[in-house]
Design a protein around this ligand. Structure first.
Ligand SMILES: Nc1ncnc2c1ncn2[C@@H]1O[C@H](COP(=O)(O)OP(=O)(O)OP(=O)(O)O)[C@@H](O)[C@H]1O
Ligand SMILES: [Mg+2]
Length: 385
């Protein structure tokens, strides 16, 4: 995010805009740091869970830590989604698939007294958007609906369609909870507006939902008949293009048979320790460097030893991307995985140009890191042959 200046067309027009910009920058920084800390909590817990296969109480406690870390991660996502000014990656996606993934996520916490009705068209309903943001949008609306219904009996409907002109995809999320009074309705999209008790809601859910829809060129409206039904209606421009195919899952041949050597670069001792433990569990040989120059030194000394570099992005003196760039002149084609708490399309394209093979978002599940490693190694093999 660039500093506002008088030449900047997006420069704030008045003091309160400037305050908002500063607040956005601040929240984004806090969310970034929290993501780093959560990566430590989540990763260590996941490792411990693997060890305590038979100890019931330990597993239960650790599962609760995982759940808490996941909720905290969701909160950092909301904060960064709301304060984000840069463009996160958009692609063509079929919203039927997003709804299917939300349905899987909801499975765990829709009570039996709620009738979940999902209706999607037979043909693809494609839009250009960011996949995880679309999931976040639908989840936020469904969570509100479920919270509104509470422990009573009720109905939550998610209906996807294409309007008569074919120009727009329509998405409706409605519930038979108590509804929203006419007094409150105009304020529900305001950031931090909540009627929930302290600790139960931050009031960011709908502000984020609205921002996500607007960022994809769409519109969101709410209507409510108190005591009957509340409906959130979204329209998004329909894309005629076919969705991009998902990257193929790595096959067993992509996994290391003999132990592959990884150079782990991270300035934070907790993350280095965690990274080592995870990589050992996954069956890799691990060497560590505390910063970019140490990593470069090690690679210069043993130019053919390492099969893949796994580096943190934000480090003092030399950042992960700078390391990737310098490495390119020593060992072009050496797979390079960058671990980052940011998610930004323009940076992603630039990183690929610099020679970054895979990007892993923090905090990550061991499965995601493992997949990135096998993908990077498979690509390294291709470029070597
Ligand atoms: N389906 C719904 N039925 C009734 N009230 C709703 C519904 N959806 C939203 N609201 C009202 O809008 C307010 C703002 O919703 P929003 O999702 O932004 O924040 P929240 O749910 O209170 O907190 P958060 O989503 O951050 O946990 C809610 O507190 C609630 O009063
Ligand atoms: Mg909410």
């Amino acid at each position: 995010m660039s500093e506002p200046s008088s030449l900047d067309p997006n420069a704030p027009e008045n003091c309160s805009d400037e305050k908002l910009l500063i607040l956005g920058k601040l929240s984004r920084g806090i969310a970034h740091d929290l993501k780093n800390l959560l990566a430590g909590v989540q990763g260590n817990t996941e490792l411990a869970l693997r060890e305590f296969k038979n100890e019931k109480l330990a597993r239960k406690a650790l599962t609760n830590v995982m759940l808490a870390a996941r909720s905290a991660h969701e909160l950092t996502e909301q904060i960064s989604a709301y304060s984000r000014h840069d463009n996160i990656p958009h692609k063509v996606l079929d919203l039927r698939e997003t709804i299917a993934s939300v349905e899987r996520l909801l499975e765990g916490f829709v009570s039996p007294s709620v009738n979940l009705r999902i209706s999607v068209p037979d043909s693809p309903a494609c839009v250009v958007a960011n996949p995880s943001q679309m999931q976040q949008l639908i989840m936020n609306l469904c969570q509100n609906a479920l919270q509104a219904i509470g422990s009573k009996e009720g109905e939550l409907c998610v209906t996807l369609g294409i309007d008569d002109t074919g120009a727009n995809i329509t998405l409706e999320v409605s519930d038979t909870g108590p509804g929203i009074s006419a007094e409150i309705l105009p304020r529900i999209f305001d950031p931090y507006f909540t009627t929930k008790e302290l600790g139960l809601g931050t009031g960011l859910g709908l502000a984020v939902a609205q921002k996500i829809v607007q960022d994809s060129g769409g519109d969101i409206q709410a209507a409510s008949i108190v005591g009957k039904r509340t409906t959130f209606s979204i329209t998004l421009p329909h894309s005629d293009e076919a969705p991009e195919p998902e990257a193929p899952l790595p096959t067993p041949e992509d996994f290391p048979e003999d132990k592959k050597a990884i150079l782990l670069v991270d300035d934070e001792p907790i993350m280095r320790g965690l990274g080592m433990d995870i990589l050992h569990t996954l069956g890799y040989r691990v060497s560590v460097a505390e910063n970019g120059s140490e990593a470069l030194e090690m690679i210069k000394r043993h130019p053919d030893y390492f099969d893949v570099i796994l580096s943190d992005s934000k480090m003092p003196e030399m950042s992960g991307p700078e390391l990737a760039e310098q490495l390119y002149s020593i060992r072009p084609g050496l797979p390079f995985i960058l671990v980052t708490a940011f998610n930004d399309a323009s940076t992603e394209a630039r990183l690929k140009e610099l020679g970054v093979t895979e990007i892993v978002q923090k905090p990550f599940l061991i499965e995601n890191l493992s997949r990135a490693l096998s993908n990077a190694l498979a690509q390294g093999k291709q470029s070597a042959s």
